[in-house]
Design a protein around this ligand. Sequence first.
Ligand code: B1M
Length: 215
Amino acid sequence: LPLDERLKRRVVDGERNGLEADLDEALTTRPALVIINEILLDGMKVVGELFGSGQMQLPFVLQSAEVMKTAVAYLEPHMEKADDGGKGRIVLATVKGDVHDIGKNLVDIILSNNGYEVVNIGIKQPITAILEAAEQHGADAIGMSGLLVKSTVIMKENLAEMASRGVADRWPVLLGGAALTRAYVEDDLRAVYAGQVHYARDAFEGLSLMDRLMA
Ligand code: B1M
């Protein structure tokens, strides 16, 4: 198989052997981020489709996720670092009940490499933990990720909780994840939250939103 197809297959098949060598070869012609966005994420998309249609079982999805994570970790040192921090601080979490963290960790990498300090508190985080971290670290913004449809409901509850605690004006909130839509965030979620709440389709939109918010 040609290199790009081979790399994509590695994600789909959850095949780690030889991954680094293929990534090294890809790095000779393309930047790390292009490899992630144009090849590896394509592979994850296929995994999602196979899983969604019942053609792939969960343990194999997990293996694919592990390959994806290994590849991103391997590529991270090769990414261009535009800035050394100091543009602002964001607390990042995957919401309560949700374990998906590949997207959140990509957002972490992109923001960290572009001048933001990221306090990544992990997966399955209840709103109390998110707010505690934001308070403790003096965050300028809060980012929540979640891929399950259920997580979009949790996000709404989280915003309602922030509103009822009277902290809506303290932190702008960035939301992302596959089950969210711009319309849901801008119509439904803004209705329960007086503060700023923004939808980010991908990690780059997350970065441009932060740049706008912190300007
Ligand atoms: Co799960 N899973 N999964 N899964 N999984 C999905 C999300 C699903 C759509 C698959 C499907 O059915 N087609 C489906 C959800 C269905 C729904 O809710 N309607 C699903 C399901 C059902 C489940 C389980 C319930 C399965 C089960 O147990 N029966 C279970 C849930 C467990 C739980 O959370 N409690 C489960 C488990 C898993 C694994 C553990 C096996 C694994 C996750 C491993 C890990 O993350 N460490 C996994 C995976 C890998 C997926 C799919 C296949 C791929 C997700 C992924 O990593 N994509 C996924 C299919 C899909 O998404 N279509 C699926 C790549 C990643 C880069 O994309 O996270 O969307 P994403 O991030 C994007 C943007 O969304 C955005 O930026 C990124 C790109 O730049 N973004 C942000 C994300 N967060 C952001 C935050 C921001 C800004 C942008 O600012 C704060």
